[in-house]
Design a protein around this ligand. Structure first.
Ligand code: ME8
Length: 518
């Protein structure tokens, strides 16, 4: 049995509705989860919302609500987005949940027992937008001369009694960890983090006393935990920590924390330090993906260019949007999106190339062979095509997906789709029908087998369309994993079963843009 696999997304701040970046991250993580399942691994996949902290408390106050009311309302939108985008999570965690408070207090006590927590006074800069403390030397100057965080957000001077975590103790082990190949990716983020830690680490303020919207610090009235302490703990809460549950034993340490580039410091410096202090194993990999920009620009309320990912999915379809995210953007780098770009990709690659291949193949079998499959003698050109498709679907795409190079993996897949379309044109089964019906059958069966492999390979990205296609092809649920690629047993069994293809329905309609947007 392959090893179990645990993947998490960041948990989102529900201080507003989900934006495109949230959708992007959820989809990428879901593709990994579905891909690993299709490779035969037992997968645990967690996502959710990060509901405590000053940002939430302030936003709720602005709206005349309690923080809990705002959290309940907005967290619902995040869950609805995940469901709509076919995110196959095993748990949608909310940090207001009871087991999460318990886990956060347990990790706190473990750090305390290790002598890493002490009471002092915090005096320094804080960005509410980033929920982050910054050193004076990290700040940058805004256009009006005001101080800003390195992320460009406002900072405020904060003075309060606070618990501190002895982060400074962990500089050496953290440097060693950051230097471990594969722990932080992409490489550019790793270098940033090594530079940050090498510059020296100050102890971290880990509790707040000026508001109460958080997990209470055990045994310290008036203190709630700094929101990042409890937020990061979500990854272990979801496995039953502090209990030694079966989930815990099977899935910790996590295989992958998938997060955005702005929160790499929290995941590769603070989180491992907390875990080391609590005596817990460290996650295997943290990947900081890039940001999605709207026509090259950051989305913001003031620019009026904020896109609702649910509207995009309703308009273009969930599968085309998922495909676009992974195909268009080199994972790890920033990328840009626009309605035109989504439509162009979906039409050229899904509708015209792959959809057309599948539709042509299945219709010709339906029409010219009464939908009946048959075993036949293949020519070398048929064998060559099947071999090329197998290499793309079984070697290239999986290798690249394992490395989170989704766009490169899909490119290999698409080359195989092109090869199939070229083969159809060259073999011209519509002509063979009259001149050499036996040869036509071999060509159509070759194509059927290629479409099967191509559909299974792309299924993690476009699950709904792939499942409709595989339903039409008579492939049962358990035959939809990578193990069925390049192994003709399924085909023999299908022929033997007497399966007959119905008139096929297309799964990738061509998309249109309204005039005003072209
Ligand atoms: O940071 N493109 O929550 P968040 C791509 N609660 N990804 C983006 C993005 C964009 N334009 N904007 C944000 C938080 N993200 C914390 C996480 S984890 C223990 C706590 C990504 O709602 C961002 O990098 O601000 C992060 O990974 C995720 O969306 C949630 O961001």
């Amino acid at each position: 049995m392959p090893d179990p696999y645990y993947i998490t997304t960041a948990i989102n701040y529900p201080n507003g509705r989900p934006h495109i970046g949230h959708a992007y991250e959820a989809v990428a993580a879901d593709v990994v989860a579905r891909f690993q399942r299709a490779m035969g691994r037992e997968v645990r996949f967690q996502t959710g919302t990060d509901e405590h902290g000053l940002k939430m408390a302030r936003k709720a106050a602005e709206q005349g609500k309690t923080a809990r009311e705002l959290a309940d309302e907005m967290s619902g939108y995040f869950k609805a987005m995940a469901d709509m985008l076919a995110i196959s999570y095993d748990r949608f965690i909310r940090t207001v949940e009871k087991d999460h408070h318990r886990a956060s207090q347990a990790i706190w006590r473990a750090m305390e027992a290790n002598g890493d927590l002490y009471l002092d006074r915090y005096e320094g800069w804080y960005s509410v937008r980033d929920e982050a403390y910054y050193d004076e030397k990290e700040l940058v100057e805004g256009e009006g001369g005001e101080k800003l965080s390195p992320q460009g957000t406002p900072v405020e001077w904060t003075v309060e009694e606070s618990w501190f975590f002895r982060l400074s103790r962990y500089q050496e082990p953290l440097l060693e960890l950051l230097r471990t190949p594969g722990f932080v990716e992409p490489e550019s983020r790793r270098n940033e983090m090594i530079a940050f830690v090498s510059g020296g680490l100050r102890d971290l303020s880990v509790s707040r006393t000026s508001f109460d919207w958080g997990v209470p610090v055990p045994g310290s009235d008036g203190h709630v935990m700094y929101v990042w302490v409890d937020a990061l703990t979500n990854y272990v809460t979801g496995l039953g920590y502090p209990d030694q549950t079966e989930l815990w034993r099977k899935f910790w340490p996590a295989d992958l924390h998938l997060i955005g580039k702005d929160i790499v410091r929290f995941h590769t410096v603070y989180w491992p330090a907390f875990l080391m202090s609590a005596g817990l194993p460290l996650p295997k990999k943290v990947f900081g993906h890039g940001f999605l920009l709207n026509r090259g620009q950051k989305e913001s309320k003031s620019l009026g260019n904020v896109t609702d990912p649910i509207e995009l999915a309703e308009r273009f379809g969930v599968d085309p949007l998922r495909y676009f995210f992974l195909r268009e953007i080199a994972f790890g780098q920033d990328g840009s999106y626009s309605p035109e770009a989504i439509v162009t990709r979906a039409n050229a690659e899904l509708a015209n190339s792959f959809g057309n291949l599948a539709q042509r193949t299945l219709s010709m079998i339906h029409k010219n062979m009464s939908g009946e499959l048959t075993t036949c003698e293949y020519d070398p050109v048929d064998e060559a095509l099947m071999a090329a498709v197998r290499v793309a679907c079984l070697d290239e795409l999986p290798r690249e997906f394992e490395r989170l190079n989704f766009s490169v993996g899909l490119e290999a897949w698409l080359r195989a789709v092109f090869a199939c379309n070229q083969y159809v044109d060259e073999q011209a089964p519509w002509t063979l029908r009259k001149t050499d019906p036996q040869r036509m059958e071999a060509v159509l069966m070759t194509l059927f087998r290629c479409v099967h492999d191509l559909t299974i390979a792309v299924r993690p990205v476009v699950p709904a369309a792939a499942d409709v296609l595989l339903d039409q092809m008579g492939i049962a649920g358990e035959g939809r994993g990578f193990a069925a690629i390049g192994n003709a047993d399924w085909f023999e069994a299908l022929v033997e079963s007497g399966f007959v293809l119905d008139k096929p329905v297309g799964v990738f309609p061509r998309l249109e843009l309204p005039e005003t947007e072209t």
